[in-house]
Every structure is written in C-alpha cells, then in structure tokens.
Design a protein around this ligand. Structure first.
Ligand SMILES: C[S@@+](CC[C@H](N)C(=O)[O-])C[C@H]1O[C@@H](n2cnc3c(N)ncnc32)[C@H](O)[C@@H]1O
Length: 372
C-alpha cells in the first residue's frame, strides 16, 4: 500500500505524522485518558512494551512538559467550544496541537519518573529511562526495580521502594493470524505485565493493558478483579472496530491481605492468592476456594452498580474517544495538493530488517531484477 493510500485509509496514521507522534497508538492512550482521567495525580509510571515510543511521548509531554492532552485537552476544548457558543472566544477544533506548536500555560509535574521497556531498541526521549528487555523474563524485574530507584536499589528486593502510580502495557506479539495462538501469546504478555505491575504498583495504583477479547476473556476480568477495585474494558475510537484488541483499565490496586509479589512464584504459577480474608465469622470477598473435586472457585466482591451475587460478573465495556474524532475504520478524502509525510520515527531494528537486506542483496523485490 502506497503512503498516500495509507494516509487515506488510516486517518490516525496520517494524523500521527502531522502531529509528531511516533505511532498512531498515541491516540489510543489519549482517548483512554479522555474517558478515565488516567494521569490525574500521577508522577511515577512504567510503560511496558513501549517501542517505538508514542505512549512514552504522551507521558513525557503530559507529565514532564506539562502539556494538556487527553482528558485535560478535551476539557479545554469543551470549554473553548462553550465560550465560542457564548460568543466569547474563537473556536479551535483541532484534536491536539502539533509538537512544534508553542503551548502556553505549561504545568510540568515535580519528581516525575518514567521507565519504558521493550524488546526492541527505542530512540531516546528526554527524561525517560529506557530498558531493552523481555517483560516475560524474570531477570527483567530487578532491572526495572533498579531503573525506578537507582539510589536505593537492593538486589534482594522484590518490590519497589518507591512504588509507581501507573503501569501501562501495550504489548502485542507479532500476530500470526491463527487467532487462538495470537490470543494465547497475548495473554502471556498480559500476565507478565501484571506480575511486573504487582511488584511496583502502590496501593490505589492503576494498571492499563492491551487485551485481545477472545474466548474466556471473562475469566481474566474476574482474576484482575481480585487485585483491583474497579476493572473496566475500553475500546478507543482509534482502535479498529474490526480488531479484537481492547484495553483493560484497572483502578484502585488492592492486593488481598497477605499477598506478596514474588519473583520465584509469580501470579499464574500456582495458588498465590490467599484463600480469602476473614472478618469475625464472615469471609470477605473476593476470595478463592479450592473445591473437593480440585476446581478452584473465585468469588468476587459485589459492587452495587456492576455486580450482583447471582449473576456472572461481566466487566463494563466502554467505547472511548470524542465522537468528533476520526473513525479508525473509515477512509477519508485527502486534498489534491497534499504532500504525504514520512513517519516521525522509522523502526530502529524491525524484525523484517534482515529480510530487507537479503532482498536488496538479491537485487530487489523477490530478487527478480538481478542481472536483467
Ligand atoms: C503495539 S507495539 C507498542 C507501541 C507503543 N505503545 C507505542 O506507543 O509506540 C507492541 C510492542 O510490544 C513489544 N513486545 C512484544 N513482546 C514483548 C516482550 N516479551 N517484552 C517486551 N516487549 C515486547 C514489541 O516489541 C512492540 O514494540
């Protein structure tokens, strides 16, 4: 597909180049923030599976530079529209200003710490610590703890001495098209991200991760509900409706009493969650119970608006992103004289790099041009 054609078919791909984002994924995070106000009071963040770095760019611009995007930007836009209707100020209907545009009223936060991790190398971003590591490998946990607290890092530690407010994970495998396999590998990434989150999140912290909505995804929601007060699923407008991708937004980290994140025995590798809390003669929910037939039952707490004791717990599902934002599945006309831009950050070491080199060495596409 040519660049112009891709610009036409993918409004967010085009917009990302125009507005200075390394990837169109930036809009997913911004639209999630519009709905969930993710960055309120947040200064310490871990960005997992972060390459090429558009989520880290969002973090850097909101937390380090103090710009208004996502929820804050949306609220500003609403206010401008209101004033415009009242005839008090000009209307600015842009989704976000380009990187180069100077913004007034910057409000940088104090003591910001952002650590980004990916298997792929990433071009540096000011103020962000980048690690090249595999989030599914146990050796990544000490690397992350050290990056978060280089001064106080203790090799025997299993949790952060200064925990973080928010863990993000946009991890995705190289999809094969075999849905069951893709969903399985994706769920392994999610477990790895959750285990890292358990080691570094502060009570009340948030965890936001990409999921593939496949069969039995309800079980995943139920498991997350054991360690978070509120679990919701969201589909940003910039995520194609045709894709099974969605994002799980977990708020209010509340590990059950007695739970301790552990490197040797991570969640998912055995019965790590305690059997339940006891208050007097009553057992409080959520809790885990091992039945005589060997099946483990999970009992979730009831939460008036979302659950009831006699029905299966289903995570609320929300579409997010302003309705005026582009539709990720629609094609848009481009002006005739429009110049197509190059991506802001071409991949530094893409998995297909060697294939390209081999193709070049063979004389061009499929090697057919050599010697002609
Ligand atoms: C959709 S991209 C992330 C885009 C990123 N959020 C952004 O805004 O630029 C998915 C990333 O997951 C990374 N990834 C996949 N498996 C991983 C693993 N086991 N450990 C670390 N990163 C992984 C890939 O290298 C890829 O860069």
């Amino acid at each position: 597909m040519g660049k112009s054609s891709k610009d036409k078919r993918d409004a967010y791909y085009r917009l990302a180049k125009e507005e200075g984002w390394r990837a169109r994924s930036a809009y997913k995070l911004l639209q999630l923030d519009e709905e969930f106000n993710l960055f309120e009071g947040v200064t310490r963040v871990v960005d997992l599976c972060a390459a090429p770095g558009s989520w880290s760019q969002v973090l850097s611009r909101i937390l380090i530079k103090g710009e208004k995007f996502g929820r804050a930007g949306w609220e500003e836009k609403q206010e401008k529209a209101r004033l415009y209707v009242l005839g008090e100020e000009a209307h600015n209907d842009k989704l976000a200003p380009p990187v180069t545009e100077k913004r007034e009223g910057l409000n940088p936060r104090q003591d910001v710490k952002i650590v980004a991790i990916d298997l792929q190398p990433m071009s540096p971003l000011e103020g962000i610590t980048m690690l090249r590591a595999d989030i599914t490998h146990p050796s990544t946990i000490p690397l992350l703890l050290q990056a978060l607290d280089p001064e106080t890092f203790d090799l025997s530690a299993t949790s952060a001495s200064h925990p973080v407010d928010l863990v993000l994970s946009d991890g995705a495998p190289d999809v094969t098209g075999l849905h069951d396999l893709d969903i399985y590998v994706q769920s392994q990434l999610l477990w790895a991200a959750l285990n890292l989150a358990l080691c570094v999140l502060k009570p009340g912290g948030k965890f936001v991760a990409k999921i593939f909505r496949g069969k039995d995804v309800d079980l995943l929601y139920a498991q997350l509900k054991l360690v978070f007060d509120r679990v919701r699923v969201a589909k940003p407008r910039s995520s194609r409706a045709s894709s099974i991708e969605a994002f799980i937004v977990c708020e209010g980290f509340c590990p059950p009493e007695g739970f301790k994140a552990s490197l040797e025995n991570p969640l998912g590798a055995g019965a790590t969650l305690p059997a339940g809390n006891q208050v007097g003669s009553e057992r409080t929910k959520p809790y885990r119970r091992l039945r005589e037939d060997g099946i483990t039952e999970l009992e979730l707490g009831s939460d008036d608006e979302e659950t009831s004791d006699d029905i299966r717990w289903i995570a609320p599902f929300l579409a997010c992103g302003d309705l005026s934002a582009y539709d990720a599945d629609a094609s848009y006309h481009l002006p005739k004289d429009r110049q197509s831009l190059d991506p802001i950050q071409p991949p530094t070491a893409p998995p297909y790099k060697r294939a390209l080199e081999m193709r070049k060495a063979a004389g061009g596409a499929y090697g057919k041009t050599k010697g002609l």
